[in-house]
Each structure stands twice: as structure tokens, then as C-alpha cells.
Design a protein around this ligand. Structure first.
Ligand code: PLP
Length: 360
């Protein structure tokens, strides 16, 4: 039986990539010496690092006035690095709040500056939704405006931005490379790599070079964008293995036909699952269809929370793993990142249907 990993993160890695990882562990460039064992300053590693950056630039169509940086500490490190690098204590960047991760980024930013939190959430009859982007109460004086483009816990995604340009900074940890984006709409984008980009611990940053503040001396060096830029992300030893896995994943995306192709596959998978949930009297998803995430599909057994554990247990016996919702909200969540094949969604839907016999 094939097992599928619906974990929200660290998340599924494509099978083809795992095969390459296994092969390369027994020798990468030189037989017997893996990529995890060679110097980050060796020419073969620097070639890999540069290739990874170039692949990002090409897949996301990143303009020349932006740079790609690699940093330690996953996405949460950027919750601190963003305000530390870009503003001073009395500055008031704005944090648009659409859920748990947006709020967490704000909570961290408050340690370093006078950040302001503005809600963009709204509820109608228990349906979780967001304000349309042209109704966001944007502070035009804010040095930057931060939001999270995909709230991994509830499965709510922002895909539309106001027409007017603002200095947006987005946490794209759980939806980066799931669809094409217009990078020009952002001052900066960052993502922890443990979902669509490989394994945890690393963050990828895409930033407009002009926003870097070169005389901000209080920034810890490992998080300092100027130092990362000047050192080609080699200020200290980077997460070499994580960058290598990200490189394999970027190659995998290209081999699948690029981002538009991946986007269409993601739409097909998400539509199939949401449509089943919407048409079943036994399950519910409480996110406004306009903002439903393509990556994280949350659902509940209608009126029967006590069946959650039984559901998870039975799902695992059927090869469907890590469907338990986040501890903060409970219920179930199927994370269906780029690596998840359509046949896994079919298998999940068949199981959902089979399980309804326990609910009736
Ligand atoms: N932001 C989002 C949207 C996430 O989903 C997560 C983790 O799941 C994080 C931030 C935190 O990432 P990390 O654990 O790499 O700091």
C-alpha cells in the first residue's frame, strides 16, 4: 500500500527528489563524499548555490532589482529579521492580520518596533473570510505592510492585492511556488523551506535590493540582509543540505513544466477535494470559497468532533497520514502541497466517503 503524507510541514517531498537525495548521499561529484560533507566555499557548492538562486529567479520571473538570499532559522527568524533590518524602534510598520501566522509575525515585530496590527479577517455565519483587498485599511505612511499569504492552520489564502502599489512584505511559507506571482507587487517575500521547498531550518528571501538599510548596526550578523547580500548568503556556514534539497525541488518543478503547470495541477487537486466536502452532508469546510487555500484544506466531521480520533486512526490504516488539524484549532487538515499527486486526493476522497458509514 502506498502511504501519503498530508503533513502541514515538514511536508511531503516528491518521490523523484527523494531518490536523488538517496543517490547523492553515497557520493555527489566525488564518489563516497556526499553534498552534506563538503565545504560551503568549495567551487562545486558555490555553483549549486548560484544555480539555486538562478532557478528561483527564472521560475518566479524575479526582476533584476531583486535578490534572492538564504538565511538560517526558518520563517520565524524572518519575523525578527524583517523589523530588525528594515525599521527603527519608533517606526510603525503595519501588520495585516488574517490569522495565526500573521498575528505571530506581529507579536515578534512588537519586540523591536512600534508595529501596528490591522485585522483583515471577517466572519459571516461561522464562515471564515477576509476583507476584499480594496477594503483593507492600509496605512500609507507605514514603512512596510506585512501579511501572510497563506494561513496554514485554517487554510485561508490571499491571492489578490490592491491595484495601488504598497511596500508589501509577505510570509509565503506555505504557498510559495504553488502558483505564479507578480514579484513587483512586493518589497520582500520570505518562506521557510519545509513545505514546497524541501526541508526545514532554511528561509529563502526575495527582496528588492533598494530596501536594504546598510547602517542598521543592531541586526545580528546572521540575520543581516546587507551582510547576506554582500557575502552571497555565505556570511557563516549556510544550511548546505537544505539548499541542496531546494535546488532539487526547483529542478523538479521545471521538469513538471514550470509554475503555471503546477498551479493548474494544484487547482485540480483542491477543486476535487473541496467539491467533495461541499457536497457531503457529513463534512464541512468553513472557509469562504473566495479565499480557500490551494495548499491546506481544513475540514470537520459535521457535528461529530468525537469521531476525529477514529477518523485519523482509520485514515492511517488506509495509508493516509498526518491528517490531524493544528492543535490550536482541531479538526482535520489535508495539506496538499506541490508534491502531492492527484491520485492521493482521489484516495483521500474515497476514504472520506467510506468513513461516512461510521457517521450515519
Ligand atoms: N509562517 C507560516 C505561514 C507557517 O506555516 C509556518 C510554519 O508552519 C511558519 C511561518 C513558521 O515556520 P518555521 O517553523 O520555519 O519558523
Amino acid at each position: 500500500m502506498k502511504n501519503y503524507n498530508f503533513s502541514a510541514g515538514p511536508a511531503m517531498i516528491p518521490d523523484e527528489v527523494k531518490v536523488r537525495m538517496q543517490n547523492d548521499l553515497s557520493g555527489w561529484k566525488v564518489p563516497g563524499i556526499s553534498v552534506a560533507e563538503i565545504s560551503h566555499r568549495s567551487s562545486s557548492y558555490i555553483d549549486l548555490l548560484d544555480d539555486t538562486k538562478e532557478r528561483f529567479k527564472s521560475l518566479l520571473d524575479i526582476p533584476n532589482d531583486y535578490e534572492v538570499l538564504f538565511c538560517h532559522g526558518g520563517a520565524r527568524a524572518q519575523f525578527s529579521a524583517v523589523p530588525l533590518n528594515l525599521v527603527s524602534e519608533n517606526d510603525k510598520p503595519q501588520y495585516l492580520n488574517g490569522g495565526y501566522w500573521a498575528q505571530s509575525a506581529y507579536d515578534e515585530a512588537r519586540l523591536f518596533c512600534n508595529a501596528k496590527l490591522t485585522s483583515i479577517e471577517q466572519y459571516h455565519n461561522k464562515v471564515y473570510s477576509l476583507k476584499p483587498c480594496d477594503e483593507w485599511d492600509i496605512d500609507i505612511d507605514a514603512p512596510y505592510i506585512h501579511f501572510c499569504s497563506n494561513e496554514t492552520l485554517n487554510g485561508i489564502e490571499i491571492t489578490q492585492l490592491p491595484e495601488q502599489n504598497f511596500p508589501f512584505i509577505a510570509d509565503m511559507t506555505s504557498n510559495i511556488l504553488s502558483r505564479p506571482i507578480n514579484v513587483n507587487k512586493f518589497s520582500m517575500i520570505y518562506a521557510g523551506t519545509q513545505k514546497n521547498l524541501g526541508i526545514p531550518g532554511l528561509s529563502v528571501i526575495i527582496l528588492k535590493k533598494s530596501i536594504i538599510n546598510s547602517d542598521n548596526e543592531r541586526v545580528p550578523s546572521v540575520l543581516n540582509y546587507k551582510k547576506l547580500l554582500d557575502s552571497n548568503s555565505l556570511y557563516n556556514t549556510p544550511s548546505t543540505y537544505a539548499i541542496y534539497v531546494t535546488n532539487l525541488i526547483l529542478k523538479w518543478i521545471s521538469s513538471r513544466g514550470g509554475l503555471m503547470k503546477i498551479f493548474h495541477e494544484n487547482q485540480k487537486k483542491a477543486d476535487y477535494l473541496y467539491s467533495y466536502l461541499d457536497n457531503s452532508p457529513y463534512y464541512s469546510n468553513n472557509v469562504d470559497p473566495k479565499y480557500r487555500s490551494l495548499m491546506n484544506v481544513s475540514f470537520n466531521i459535521e457535528g461529530n468532533n468525537f469521531l476525529d480520533e477514529k477518523f485519523i486512526e482509520a485514515a492511517e490504516k488506509n495509508g493516509l497520514h498526518y491528517l490531524k488539524g493544528h492543535r490550536a484549532i482541531g479538526g482535520m487538515r489535508a495539506s496538499i502541497y506541490n508534491a502531492m499527486p492527484f491520485e492521493a486526493i482521489e484516495k483521500l476522497v474515497n476514504f472520506l466517503d467510506l468513513f461516512t458509514k461510521n457517521i450515519k
